[in-house]
Ligand binder design. Sequence first.
Ligand SMILES: Nc1nc2c(ncn2[C@@H]2O[C@H](COP(=O)(O)OP(=O)(O)OP(=O)(O)O)[C@@H](O)[C@H]2O)c(=O)[nH]1
Length: 355
Amino acid sequence: MSEAELGGFRQMQTAFREPLVVPTFLLAVAAMTSFVIWDVAREGGWGLGANLRVACAGIALGLLGLIRGLWSPSIRLQSLSLYFVMYAWQLVAGSTFGSDTLLQFPGLLVIMFASVFAFVHARDAWVNIVLAGISVPLVLPPAASTAQWLFVLGLFASVILLVWVNCAQRERTSAVIFLSKSQWKRDAQTDMLTGLPNRRTFESFMEREAWRLASSPTSLTLAIIDIDHFKMVNDLHGHDAGDGVLKEVADRLSGNLRDVDLLARLGGEEFALVMLGIPREAATALLGRLKNAIESRPLAVGTLGVRCTISAGLATGAVGDESWDALYHRADQALYEAKAGGRNRIVASPLEAGV
Ligand SMILES: Nc1nc2c(ncn2[C@@H]2O[C@H](COP(=O)(O)OP(=O)(O)OP(=O)(O)O)[C@@H](O)[C@H]2O)c(=O)[nH]1
């Protein structure tokens, strides 16, 4: 699996890690499956009831994905949701106009394949267009019925919507996409030890993108995170173990983040976290979870188990155009207070007037 694919897979995992998404998703799938089996058994084969059940489940799953996607924008989830909504629409059209389900079925399989593909490679919108194009001859017989034309129409409408959503998302929430695709550029942007974006990437992200991506003045929170007494780790266990601790901390932090957050290593034992699209209280709670994730169990470094704590200072974007380095200064000041207050704590900078 390439690095890009691995990244896509990790984002997919993150998208589904939110506590309520997985149970709701599984519940919806279980309900859909059992209702469809019940319908098939009752009707003695695949019929209208089964079609409508699948359609309802499609709408439910689609809405779930859209709500989840709006709350924490995820291109993959939104792509998948659009496809679900489209299946449902298509099935309703098929049931209402009495089209030939057998003709639609191979088309559905291709679209389903396309949706899974889009889910993993959502940035490559052209793939969706090609796959949708392939599915058209499969579903459209020479003398097409109204339902079949509706199906094709729906197919293209959804593809256009999908491309549009992809483009809009690219503009709006691309903390992840901001990180470059090409290898050489990625190397220059990456901290070699932890694999996280480096200080330069963080600074250009803050200069060029962050304010624009924040949907409201209070939806951007910057946290500066610092490992406590890290010098002691080096002194006690050696520099290599210190490196291992840095890697472990980076992994644990990124494993607990949403796909729209940007975590960077600023240097030494200091990290920056940019949280977009959530209010300050939620950002503080997220920081609490990160702190807990680090201190709850020892970090595995070779055969060692090293216990660590972190301190963090956070500042939420101010109304108007506070420069990003003013925001950084406030977060840094809060971190200083956390250290001076005894470490292993989170301090939030007071809100600027007007926020
Ligand atoms: N192993 C390792 N150590 C590093 C790296 N970069 C910086 N350091 C060490 O990190 C340590 C940072 O020490 P200090 O700035 O005193 O901070 P601290 O011990 O964490 O103390 P507080 O931040 O006040 O809790 C120094 O000993 C640096 O040599 C690195 O990439 N790898």
